[in-house]
Design a binder for this molecule. Structure first.
Ligand SMILES: [Zn+2]
Ligand SMILES: [Zn+2]
Length: 318
């Protein structure tokens, strides 16, 4: 990957501004995720008190294998895929975010994520848990919520991670991401926060300026395998990491985050190490974002700040 010294030092002549404070009510009668409100399909949300899960009213993946016929036409091929999509409300409070909820509430979100992996994973090979936060990342509703998209096959990015981890375990007899964690803790330069059970770092290969990789320090294949102590520690780490983001540009920091754990196909995958990715789009302020354009679209990603520089700034806000 290219890291341009000129680009990292280039004077910035664009806008530098913060957004007006995010003032949302605790309850929004028009929000389709708030307790007791009516959704587009005519169903009414219960008066839920902590977390709430429902099937996505506009699911991109459907359980039945219907829809377009598989295609095999010269160079072109497509296959059918079945799946499920769910919405995960993190809190009944419309005005909160995952980063400013109290620790017991964040812990309940972690437990919900684990339960979804177990339940949906009993039917699907891959259960992708993620959160798109902020309109910059396409979130249509500011109510704190995430999603599950699950499918009966291994998606391409995940299949690539699986192959790399498998090859590494075979040649080194140790899960790749655990070796990475050991190396990064020794180096210290890309670490943002370190707790008894978790490490939060800016990955060496990060292409988004303030990307995070969040990894447990013990070998853990999947979210449901986390112990109670690891879950409590994760709640604190999530809050620390997200609040550092919010402080960086004094805004409710947008991001897309999600969990990668071993596939839920019934097999053991000793090469897999559970981890979360955070991909935030902002570069220089609450409104100046990184665009993946030009050389980056056509040749390769280029960093505007080094991962070490990003880690120093984020670490100072922890
Ligand atoms: Zn709401
Ligand atoms: Zn991953």
């Amino acid at each position: 990957m290219l890291v341009s010294p000129h680009r990292t030092k280039r004077p910035w002549l664009g806008q530098k501004e913060t957004l007006p404070p995010d003032e949302r009510p605790e309850f929004d009668p028009k929000c389709y995720l708030c307790p007791g409100n009516l959704r587009a399909n005519g169903e009414r949300n219960p008066a839920y008190a902590d977390t709430y899960v429902f099937e996505n009213d506009f699911a991109a993946l459907l359980p039945a294998l219907d829809g377009a016929e598989p295609l095999q036409q010269g160079l072109l091929r497509s296959e059918r895929a079945a799946g499920e999509c769910r919405v995960l409300c993190f809190s009944p409070r419309h005005d909160l975010t995952l980063g400013n909820m109290d620790l017991p509430s964040i812990r309940r979100v972690i437990d919900m994520w684990g339960d979804q992996i177990v339940e949906v994973g009993s039917r699907m090979k891959w259960v992708q848990i993620f959160e798109n936060k902020g309109s910059a990342m396409g979130a249509s509703n500011p109510h704190p919520h995430g999603q599950v998209w699950a499918c009966d096959y291994l998606p391409s990015l995940v299949a690539r991670e699986a192959a790399c981890q498998k090859a590494y375990l075979e040649s080194h007899d140790q899960p790749m991401l655990l070796d990475l964690v050991t190396q990064e803790i020794l180096a210290e330069t890309r670490i943002v926060a370190l707790t008894e059970h978790w490490v939060l770092l800016v990955p060496f290969w990060a292409i988004w300026p303030f990307e995070y990789l969040l990894v447990p320090r013990r070998h853990v294949q999947r979210l449901p395998d986390l112990t109670g102590a690891e879950r409590d520690d994760l709640a604190a780490m999530l809050r620390t990491g997200i609040q550092a983001y919010d402080k960086l540009f004094e805004t409710s920091f947008p991001y897309s985050m999600g969990w990668h754990g071993a596939p839920t196909d019934g097999d053991s995958h000793p090469h897999w190490q559970l981890h979360a990715h955070f991909y935030p789009p902002l570069l220089r302020s609450a409104t100046v974002r990184k665009f993946m354009v030009g050389f980056e679209l056509l040749a390769e990603a280029q960093r505007d700040v080094t991962p070490e520089g990003a880690a120093v700034r984020l670490r100072s806000l922890v």
